[in-house]
Design a protein around this ligand. Structure first.
Ligand code: MIG
Length: 689
């Protein structure tokens, strides 16, 4: 059951696609107490001692969000520490699970605070800052149903091309065609699978969107062709800010047509980002959004099939207006008095440190939307969403038959229909493997299925063991990309001593591709989760909610990656008897049946722990060096059969936009005597292993 309550005059975020009539009365009794506070409209409810809170998408800390205060306030902040209240996205869906079970979606474009038992342990308080909003209240029979209910009202999740489930190598620092050629050559020579190489900002001409540096990529379409011949897809980055430069057509068209965000006086707002002085395309204005989206065509026509959208919180290194103001006021050398100079110098130092991503800067510029002028801070959380929507909508026109890979850094619920997200600038820390794991189900709840973290860590220097352990989680995430920051230790797999271990573990991903693609597609097409907390699958199990470092992946698997340095294994909780496949690769593993309960399970550095539920099958292909090579017509089945087990395999051409379960499912059944039967869309040759 879904109920909708409208407060004030909300800005329509277009997050919700289904028609839900608004209730006329107040919030039902027994849910929330409403108050007006200095920070905005607040509503709170009591939490029982054991109530758990789930959701909120991309955020720090555990799967159960209780005990901390979170903010929906998209920020470019590379410090993903526990102390943070928000990261790049705003995903305002939260579930209360306990004496009562219900979900809320706070559909608000502005800042929202979720005090999840932080101020008072037994109170959940949601505060929406100035402006209208819509509150949806959801109820369902189970946690999983609750998610399905929410997902059905926000529309189907984005589906990328199948090749985007392959491995992608990225690094901020690849500068030219030869850098990329070298990366590809090393992977191919060492037989490390690879499907994509990402192009970070240096491919552009002076960081200008939709340009390619002429000396670094002398014949770009030919280069894209050359890569495609090797089954490599190039994925360039696009930044939000458009460089101010006479003669640059994106800039000139935008200025001519009024497509950039404006200051109060109607002049265009100027921010400083990578290209220097930029304007922000007003992607909330449908006409400007269409125009900006059309620019992606330039690269699509050059042979590009995937993009990542960055800096779209939008990130601001400084706003010109503010810099001018502080320089005028605090310039130390405009006075001869030494004490004053000194004081001004210190003031300037502090001001300089606070230049980037200032809240006050977000109050300086305006959007033009549906005949209204809206100040940015009131719709701040919608910017990255709409930049990515610009691209996603354009791709439906530019590439009507073929899916295009698209993911974004900043997002809001609703954007999940147009693209995925990556988890932003994490660090090469062991704790960030766990953070990666914990964000997966929370993001799935909010509609984001195509996601993954920078494997190995973006900031700081990685180590070989961290890289390998992280990959052991990464092989299960739809987006599987190794990315790192300029200046940090290089972390392509071939840089490490034990290349063989990397080859085997990543080989396992390619073997698992039929399973992972099936589970992804079924989740997308039925509004389900691909990654589930144990508590969602074993609601009666009292310990399951405690197991926050394990996940169910699709119908049959549980994963429990090692995320501590020098560990030779880890404690694993089994809510039921399961069969452990301890895998060193596609062909090298041993199995063991473990009873329900707690176990210390050994896992050497190159071993992946895969747990199978009773009466389940998981198909493995023979793998490949790129996704096109993966053949789903011969499948080896991981199995744990007590009476009989079956699996629903989904497959399609991996490219067409026209997707449906009908006509694409194959049922594979195996009984305890080892008889296997298949029926449906395909007839794969299957064997139990
Ligand atoms: O200010 O393009 O999150 O993945 O490598 C940093 C350079 C800008 C931030 C992205 C990161 C990317 C980097 N970008």
């Amino acid at each position: 059951m879904i109920r909708k309550y409208v407060f004030g005059e909300p800005f329509d975020t277009e997050a919700v696609v289904s028609e839900i009539p608004a209730e006329t009365g107040n919030l039902p009794d027994g849910y929330f107490e409403e108050t007006e506070t200095e920070d905005g409209h607040a509503f709170s409810c009591d939490l029982g001692e054991k109530d758990r809170l789930y959701g909120l998408g991309e955020n720090v800390r555990g799967i159960n969000k209780r005990g901390w205060i979170y903010e929906a306030n998209c920020m470019d902040d590379p410090g993903h520490t526990e102390s943070k209240r928000s990261l790049y996205g705003a995903h305002n869906f939260l579930i209360v699970d306990g004496k009562q079970r219900f979900g809320i979606f706070v559909d608000a474009a502005q800042k929202v605070t979720f005090d999840c038992g932080y101020t008072k342990r037994d109170k959940l308080t949601v505060t929406v800052s100035e402006g209208g909003f819509v509150l949806y209240l959801l109820e369902a029979q189970s946690l999983r149903e609750l998610v399905r209910e929410f997902r059905s009202m926000i529309g189907r999740s984005y589906i990328p091309p199948k090749w985007a489930f392959g491995y992608g190598q990225s690094r901020w620092g690849y500068k030219c065609a030869d850098d990329i050629r070298r990366v590809v050559k090393e992977h191919r020579e060492k037989r490390i699978p690879l499907d994509a190489v990402y192009m970070d900002i240096d491919y552009m001409e002076r960081f200008k969107d939709f340009t390619v540096h002429k000396e670094r990529f002398p014949d770009f379409p030919a280069f894209a062709e050359e890569m495609k011949a090797q089954h490599i897809h190039l994925v360039p980055i696009i930044d939000a800010g458009v460089k101010i430069e006479e003669g640059y057509p994106v800039y000139e068209e935008g200025v001519r047509n009024g497509y950039f965000c404006q200051n109060e006086d109607g002049t265009y707002f100027v921010a400083g980002v990578w290209p220097g002085r930029v304007h922000f395309p007003d992607v909330l204005n449908p006409e400007a959004r269409r125009w900006f989206g059309n620019w992606y065509r330039v690269l699509v026509e050059a042979g590009i099939e995937g993009f990542w959208n960055d800096m779209n919180e939008p990130a601001i290194f400084y706003s010109e207006e503010y810099v001018k103001k502080i320089l005028e006021k605090h310039m130390p050398y405009q006075t001869d008095d030494e004490d004053t100079q000194m004081r001004k110098l210190f003031e300037l130092k502090d001001l300089a440190l606070g230049l980037a991503n200032r809240r006050a800067d977000y109050r300086l510029f305006y959007h033009q939307c549906r005949g209204q002028r809206v100040r940015h801070d009131r719709v701040h959380n919608l910017y990255g969403y709409n930049m990515t929507r610009a691209a996603g909508e354009a791709f439906e026109r530019i590439s009507p038959d073929k899916r295009i890979l698209l993911f974004s850094r900043s997002s809001y619920v609703g954007m999940h229909r147009y693209g995925g997200i990556w988890m932003g600038d994490n660090s090469s820390w062991w704790s960030h493997i766990l953070l990666n794991l914990q964000m997966l189900p929370s993001l799935n709840m909010c509609g984001f299925l195509y996601t993954g973290a920078d494997l190995g860590g973006f900031g700081d220097d990685t180590t070989e063991d961290l890289m390998l352990r992280w990959l052991e989680l990464g092989i299960f995430t739809p987006l599987m990309r190794n990315h790192s920051a300029i200046g940090t230790r290089e972390q392509e797999f071939y840089r490490f001593e034990n290349t063989d271990a990397f080859r085997r573990v990543i080989g396992l991903r390619y073997a698992l591709l039929p399973y992972l693609y099936s589970e992804f597609m079924k989740a997308a097409l039925t509004d389900d989760l691909m990654f589930m907390p144990l508590a969602f699958v074993y609601p009666e199990d009292a310990f399951a909610p405690q197991a926050e470092d394990q996940l169910m992946v699709g119908s049959g698997l549980m994963i429990a990656p090692v995320y501590r340095q020098n560990a030779d294994g880890r404690y694993v909780y089994l809510p039921e008897e399961m069969k452990l496949y301890r895998m060193r690769g596609r062909d090298s593993f041993e199995t063991e049946v473990l009873p329900a309960g707690h176990h210390y399970v050994k896992a050497a550095l190159d071993e992946v722990l895969v747990f199978l539920r009773p009466d389940h099958l998981v198909p493995l292909s023979d793998g490949g060096c790129f996704t096109d090579e993966v053949d789903a017509s011969h499948l080896r089945l991981l199995h744990y059969i007590k009476t009989s087990a079956s699996y629903e395999l989904y497959d399609d051409d991996g490219l067409s936009r026209d997707v449906a379960l009908a006509g694409h499912l194959t049922t594979i059944t195996a009984d305890a005597d080892g008889n296997i039967r298949t029926s449906g869309a395909s007839a794969p040759e299957c064997e139990l292993i």
